[in-house]
Design a protein around this ligand. Structure first.
Ligand code: PEP
Ligand code: MN
Length: 361
């Protein structure tokens, strides 16, 4: 059945959430021990807004020799968490045998990670393994910004008979140094929503942000953009977590983020502004990243000037830069005074950085 067929995807309130409340999923990046698992679950349960508890037990790591998760040993622990807290259990599966073990142990929801969604053969094998079970499946976007690969994975699972589907936006890998660990490229989840309007799409701000200080702003933005929920990583002692220590939040930090999410009525009244705001934020982030690169180049040329015995300030080069940038800036429709002031600031900051090399003699 094509994903756009009205019966192919069940709306979230039919099977998971109440009314139009956002779906909140939280839990540790990985299960490290029964104690860490229970402490996380109790902390999250006490907050009271979490429907689904996430836990990684098979961790696809980039390099060998790193912690790869507790594996099937942790499945009975998850059952205990469910029994004690009433939260539904969600586990990442990366191979068909993982999916089968989840089915055997009564895991409520499985999800495919970004490194699995990129591989159509593996997605198909997992789809074959769960065929006919009806287990709910969440599918993260592939690591690369490829909408069709994401849709293809959703289709393969749908064709295996699953109509409880959720897409998770977790950002995209880039080789560039950016503020966040993964660039959000919000247009892609929004395009997914446009293409398959009945598909619930939630956001994983933890893997987009990569650092806990940014998780809140990414989560809030996802809500502004009308996403159906959030998946957030929580750990009782994030700094000592065996995986993703920089981005995991304590239960208290997580509660603070939930408290600051925009309310539904606020979101509707802001609807008209939200797309423009999103672009402004994205462009400001890019500007800051570019400025940081630009200053790196100033430092680099400062070292070369010192090595070759050249002056830091070279009036003819400075004049040429000002004339060239002013022409280009005004040609792009920018105000002459604005470009001039900006260039002066840039020049000043660049000189300060270059002179530092000379001071350190
Ligand atoms: C995870 O959720 O811990 C994970 C490994 O995420 P991703 O697949 O998005 O990298
Ligand atoms: Mn993680």
């Amino acid at each position: 059945m094509p994903l756009t067929h009205p019966n192919s995807i069940l709306p979230l309130p039919v099977w998971l959430t109440a009314g139009d409340e956002p779906l909140i999923i939280a839990g540790p990046c990985s299960v490290e021990s029964r104690e860490q698992l229970m402490a996380t679950a109790r902390g999250i349960k006490a907050i009271g807004r979490v429907k689904v508890f996430r836990a990684g037990i098979w961790k696809p790591r980039s390099r060998p020799g790193q912690f790869e998760g507790k594996g099937a040993e942790a499945l009975p622990w998850l059952k205990q968490v469910k029994h004690e807290t009433g939260m539904l259990m969600a586990v990442e599966v990366a191979r068909p045998d993982h999916a089968l073990q989840c089915l055997e142990h009564g895991v409520d929801i499985i999800w495919l990670g970004a490194r699995t969604t990129v591989n159509p053969f593996m997605v198909q094998e997992i789809a074959n393994a769960i065929k006919g079970s009806g287990i709910p499946v969440m599918i993260k976007n592939p690591v690369s910004p490829d909408l069709h690969l994401w849709i293809g994975a959703l289709e393969r699972i749908s064709l295996a008979g699953s109509n409880k589907l959720i897409a998770i936006h977790r950002g995209f890998k880039t080789h560039e140094q950016t503020l966040y660990r993964n660039i959000p490229l919000w247009d892609i989840p929004l395009a997914l929503k446009k293409e398959i309007p009945s598909l619930p799409v939630i956001c994983d701000p933890s893997h987009i942000a990569g650092k806990r200080q940014w998780v809140g702003e990414v989560a809030a933005k996802a809500m502004w953009l009308g996403m159906d929920g959030l998946m957030i990583e929580v750990h009782p002692d994030p700094d000592n977590a065996l995986t993703d220590p920089l981005q995991q939040l304590t239960p208290a930090g997580f509660a603070g983020i939930l408290d600051n999410l925009p309310a539904n009525n606020q979101i509707r009244s802001e609807e008209l502004l939200r797309e423009v705001r999103m672009r402004i934020d994205e462009n400001d982030d890019k500007l800051l990243e570019l400025l940081s690169k630009r200053m790196g180049l100033s430092a680099e040329i400062g070292l070369l000037k010192k090595q070759f015995g050249e002056q830091v300030v070279q009036p003819s080069r400075q004049k040429q830069i000002f004339e060239d940038r002013l022409k280009k800036g005004t040609g792009l429709g920018l105000d002459h005074e604005f470009v001039k002031t900006f260039l002066e600031l840039l020049h000043e900051a660049s000189v300060v950085i270059q002179k530092k090399n000379f001071e350190h003699e």
